[in-house]
Design a protein around this ligand. Sequence first.
Ligand SMILES: [Mg+2]
Ligand SMILES: [Zn+2]
Length: 206
Amino acid sequence: MNRAVFLDRDGTINEEVGYLKSLDKLKIIPGAGAAIKRLNDAGFKIVIITNQSGVARGYFPESLVHEAHELLTGMLRKDGATVDGIYYCPHHPTAGNSNHTVQCDCRKPATGLLDRAARDLDIDLKQSFMVGDKWSDVELGHRAGNRSILVRSGFAPDDPLGRWPDSLYGPGTGCSWAVSVCTTDRFDSAFSRSSPGVLPAFSGVS
Ligand SMILES: [Mg+2]
Ligand SMILES: [Zn+2]
């Protein structure tokens, strides 16, 4: 079976801009491509897991999600980085009035997308990581049995505290710091779970 690093998209790989309604807003967070390449080289499958409720809300067509992913993977490829899969949830339980306004099993922190990716790519979830900038990403990691890593780019400083991550990295560095954790097995060394409720100061990875 394969090990994977599941990566949130907005605020983790590319800059958080609210709803990504046009392709010119898509900007890679510096270092993200190199980080993903390191994970490729370390033998991880790289799977992007992203909520795109802007589709359900009617903010942009589903085709834009596909175009954004073409563009994103092209940009990452220039850094030598390969993405093995991208799974997105276009739904929202209440917002909008399209056929995507439904209670689904794939909107993070529900595990539907991860489960699908695990089947498609033969991934051992217990040996995998979930990296994101929101507490819903952390919660997803916990539910799926991944080890969860919160990066402090994107929404992390403002997002209401939910489940405590297994590890915490940043600030403003996207997924690049988190990679050190996945690739060195120093998972818990930089972070203590003993004081939930306050984001601890960034201690860095040497
Ligand atoms: Mg995010
Ligand atoms: Zn969904």
